[in-house]
Design a protein around this ligand. Sequence first.
Ligand SMILES: CC(C)(COP(=O)(O)OP(=O)(O)OC[C@H]1O[C@@H](n2cnc3c(N)ncnc32)[C@H](O)[C@@H]1OP(=O)(O)O)[C@@H](O)C(=O)NCCC(=O)NCCS
Length: 193
Amino acid sequence: MFFFRSNLFYLPDLETKRLLLRRIRVSDAADVFAYSKDPEVARYVLWQAQTEFREAKDYCRAMVRQYRTDEPSSWGIVDKGSGHLIGTIGYMDYNSGNRTTEVGYSLARWKWNQGIMTEALREVIRYTFSEMDINRIEAQHETENPASGRVMEKCGMKKEGILRQRLYNKGRFVDVCLYSILRSEADHLLRDG
Ligand SMILES: CC(C)(COP(=O)(O)OP(=O)(O)OC[C@H]1O[C@@H](n2cnc3c(N)ncnc32)[C@H](O)[C@@H]1OP(=O)(O)O)[C@@H](O)C(=O)NCCC(=O)NCCS
């Protein structure tokens, strides 16, 4: 039995072993700035590395505004151990006719390669299929960013192909690799959740 909210993109708190996914607050700005000023984190995403603290504050304010509009938006990823916000994960796009959504994510560099984003994405996939009327979740990564593809793969997403020069990012047209997972493939996540 699915529970469909009238406010589709209301993001409730979600918890995993190491992480709390919760809505971003303006008071998270210092944590956001700490990782978003890193050009390595920004390299394969569609935003520029932040250079001033003010940009992090503006980003948090924009997220808070977005939560009120029921548009696709992102959770902040909080490391339960330290209490710090270490990244974001959320919905980039939504098509109601096709019941598809796209997810995207970023993580502080000092937390890479510890299974954190796999843990977060797995929970977001579980939540999306158990609480929202979505049939297909997509994600895409630049072909030069294989770590992101590995996260998708580890979460049970299937590689569908390369879209040539699909995006224009930081002065170049880049190839992206498209992944998806269907509701019918995610039974184990719903069961284990
Ligand atoms: C991509 C990103 C989200 C990965 O998060 P993460 O928490 O480090 O991911 P995980 O630890 O869960 O898994 C990473 C996997 O990629 C693998 N990996 C790391 N670097 C790699 C590389 N250069 N080539 C291939 N695989 C790589 C790791 O070995 C690991 O796989 P394994 O568990 O089989 O060993 C993180 O690096 C990040 O936020 N990068 C900057 C923002 C970004 O690129 N976002 C995605 C845009 S599509």
